[in-house]
Structure formats: C-alpha cells, structure tokens
Design a protein around this ligand. Sequence first.
Ligand SMILES: [Zn+2]
Ligand SMILES: [Zn+2]
Length: 203
Amino acid sequence: MTTRIDRFSPETGDVSAWIVGDDEEVIVIDPGPDAAGVLDAVGDREVLAVICTHGHADHVAAALEVAERDEAPVALHPKDRSLWREAHPGEDADIEMEDGGVFEVADVALEVISTPGHTAGSVCLYCEDLGAVFTGHAMLATGPAPHDGEYPDFAGQLTTIGEYLLTLPADTRVLPGHGPETTIATAEKNFDSWFAAGPALGG
Ligand SMILES: [Zn+2]
Ligand SMILES: [Zn+2]
C-alpha cells in the first residue's frame, strides 16, 4: 500500500486539510483558507476531487481554487448548500454527496458517512483501507465541535457520533478538522463525559 495521508494547516489558523493519495493522485478533504499552501503540499500530483465535510467557510474557502487547477469536482452534502453559498455566492459544488457514497483514490476507497448535527449536511469520510476516518467538525479529539462557541444541535451531534462513528473499529484513527488526532477507542472512553458536560463543553 503506497497510499498515504498528509495533513496541511495554514500558518494562520489551525484548520486541517487532509490530503489522501499516492505519488500520482490525491483527494483533498477540507482545503481550508489557503489554496496555494494546499496545492504546494499536493505538488504535481493530480487532484481527483475536493471533498468538503460541511459548508462552514473556514473549511470550504479555498475549495474552488484548489479544485480549479486540475479541473477536479467539489463534493458537498446538499443540505449544506446555503452555508456553502455564504462562502461562495453564486457557485455550486459539483457532486452532491449522500450517505454510502464512495470516492476512490490510488488504491483506497473513501466512504461517505452522513453525520448531521454540527450542520445538517455534515459528513465524515471513512477509509477502511487506511484505518482512518476524517471527521471535520462532527467530532474532534475534545468532543463534538461547536460553531462560533455554540452547538446548533448538541444532542443530534452526540447521537450521530454514537451511532455512526463509535461503531467503527476501535483502532480507527480519527482525523478531525481541528487539533490533534485521536482514535475511536479513546473517543468511546470520553463519550460519557462529553454527554455529561452538555453544550457547555466547547463553548
Ligand atoms: Zn463547522
Ligand atoms: Zn473549522
């Protein structure tokens, strides 16, 4: 297996772009604000697709610019279209993701897991081949991610974590949109404390 996962964070801000691929081709997950930085990290490998875990501007700002270089499609869940348009007025994503959808890059597959809660159209990308799940804002190492210090739907976000993420294999790496990575096993251990802390958790 030559496929690898690279992480890119811009100098300003801590948002993480994840680049999955081999020496020939990659998929970019959540490019963030710095298109030039992401494309620099990609190098001369072909960008097959740009996948947005949700529509918040800090994650999708550079999506069109990163996709443009290799005329790659941008993928977004349709329920986050109005959020996306706040960052990209008059533009649409090319691919409407749905639960169970699959992207292929190099010799691995990325499966779309619908995880509404942080936003209605939040998704995670699960790569069984690499033992990793890309969680955007659905779940960080510290728990469900708030938006601007608040949870749009705390209970819903915890429910999807319990139903769709903690049911993945325990040793799966959790690669979030911000901060350090964790594992499903560790998240499972912390889940009760997130639940007990309630929406004050990330505020
Ligand atoms: Zn967000
Ligand atoms: Zn973010």
